[in-house]
Every structure is written in structure tokens, then in C-alpha cells.
Ligand binder design. Sequence first.
Ligand SMILES: Nc1ncnc2c1ncn2[C@@H]1O[C@H](COP(=O)(O)OP(=O)(O)O)[C@@H](O)[C@H]1O
Ligand SMILES: [Mg+2]
Length: 300
Amino acid sequence: MTAITVDLPLVASGKVREMYELPDAAQPSLLMVASDRISTYDAVHPTPIPDKGKVLTGLSVFWFAQTGHIVANHMISATDGVPEDLRGRALAVKRLEMLPVECVVRGYLTGSGWKDYQASGSVSGVALPPGLLESARLESPIFTPSTKAETGHDEAIDINQAAELVGDRALMEKVAEVSIELYSFAAEHARQHGVILADTKFEFGIDTSDPARPLVLGDEVLTPDSSRYWPAEDYEVGRSQPSLDKQYVRDWATASGWDRTPPAPPIPDDVVQGTRGRYIDAYERIAGEPFDAWLARASA
Ligand SMILES: Nc1ncnc2c1ncn2[C@@H]1O[C@H](COP(=O)(O)OP(=O)(O)O)[C@@H](O)[C@H]1O
Ligand SMILES: [Mg+2]
């Protein structure tokens, strides 16, 4: 993909997505465009992964459709208001006032959760039983929020700190409850498709254009960038797991000798292709259809 040029006011540019204003919409709306950029350790690599943005968008749309009975989401349309050359990677969404926390849910003990557990026996203030092994399935999923750092790394916080950041304890408790419900629903769906959803991160906002100020699920949802998906057939407790997400690139990045400080190194072609294959595999396993089916629907 060449650089995206969009003839709309740019509202924000993140590591992976650009947000543009959709000025003529009936309510405050954004065009959320997922690029093919990939970041590891919070640094963006100079090499894009072809079609990655379309996988992220296709999977988010899949999950928005599946989870509407649990909580409202920001999606308006994958076609209406979306310029033709961006179809598949862009969505028209409701503009929200985002809550300043990342809503992480963990069903398995891995990543920073495993590190915290080894150091303290708990994760984000949630005490866990002793003697758990790496990648162990937790008795029930836990809510482990983190800060939404403008730059650098997000920091694990407990629900009290999250409530303070959001300024509304009742709202934060609802967010935790909804997050766990979303995770449980998605993990069950994934399990039926031979995939373990180890953990995931949601971002919520408030729709301030509605006088009732409803809580709305925003951002991307349950994608390989915001989640750890493990092929169920390879799962074994007591070690780290191969995964359908960017762990493959992280492993390459670590082995390359990069010290994880920006700038991130370019990615060699075989790793680009391997990564692209994993993203598409994730789409096809989870959505249960060929990736091309999404591309065809989005461009119709
Ligand atoms: N509906 C929405 N309204 C306003 N902001 C949103 C909405 N959905 C997502 N966002 C924000 O847009 C940004 C998405 O871009 P991204 O590249 O993922 O950024 P980041 O590098 O912070 O992860 C995030 O900051 C996210 O909080
Ligand atoms: Mg993001």
C-alpha cells in the first residue's frame, strides 16, 4: 500500500490508525482508517504488512456484528461515507469521548500478566492462586486495566486507579463488567473455531451526542493487534505459545538484536510474508470465511 491520501480533516494519527472527520454526517462521525503499519514494543516498523489494515477492519466488523447484544458500538458503516479506495480498511464510526483507560481482560496467564504474577502473585491488583504455570487458564477471566499512554508504554493499574482516571466509579464498574462479558463471549466463539483467546484489550467511549450519554465500544475489537490468539491445537501449559498475532514479528525483532528503542528496524521480506499469512489465517479461522469474502463485501 502506498501512503494514504484522504481529502478530509485529519483528527488524529496513531501507531496504526488515522482518524478523519466526516463533516456531512448526521451526527459527529469519524472515518477510522487502519493502515498496514505494524508496531512492536510500541515502535512502528518502517516496513508495512500488505493487507494487515484490511484484516483488522474485517475482524472488527465481524465482532461488532456478533457483540451488539452485549454493548452498543461505534460502527456506522463499512461502505456509506467510506471513499472507494479505502473500502475494506476504513469504517465510518460515531465520534466518542474516549475513556482514558485501556480495558484489558485476561483469561490466560501470559505476557505482562505472567511477569506481574511471578513478581507479586497478582495481576493489576487481582490476587491469583499460587503455583500457576505460564499460559495457565485462569479460573475466571480477570479485568486488568492499564493507562492509555500518549507516548511510550501503557502502565498496569487496578480498578480503583481506573475509576479515578475516568472520574466515575459506577461507570468504571460497568465497563469492567461489559469487558468481561465481551471477552467471555468472544473466547467461547474462538474456542469453537479452534482458537484460544488468551487476552484482549477494549477501548470504550461515551456518545455525547446522545442526551443519555450511553457507553459505547470503540476502536478496533478482538483483532490480532488488540488480542492474543493461540491455535488451540498447539496449546500446552508451562511455556509460551505460538500465536496468530504479532508475536511472530516480536520474536524476529528480539532475535535481530534490536534493543527495543525507536527507531524500529525494517522487516525482511520472508518475515513480512509470514506475518501477512498469520493475519489472514487469523481472519479466516475466527470469521469462518475466506478473507476475500470480506474484501468483496466491503467493496460492493
Ligand atoms: N469512535 C471513536 N471516537 C474517537 N476516538 C476514537 C474512536 N475509536 C477509537 N478512537 C481513538 O483513535 C485512536 C486509534 O488509533 P491507533 O492507531 O489505534 O492509536 P494508538 O497508537 O493510540 O493505539 C486511539 O487513540 C483510539 O482511542
Ligand atoms: Mg490502538
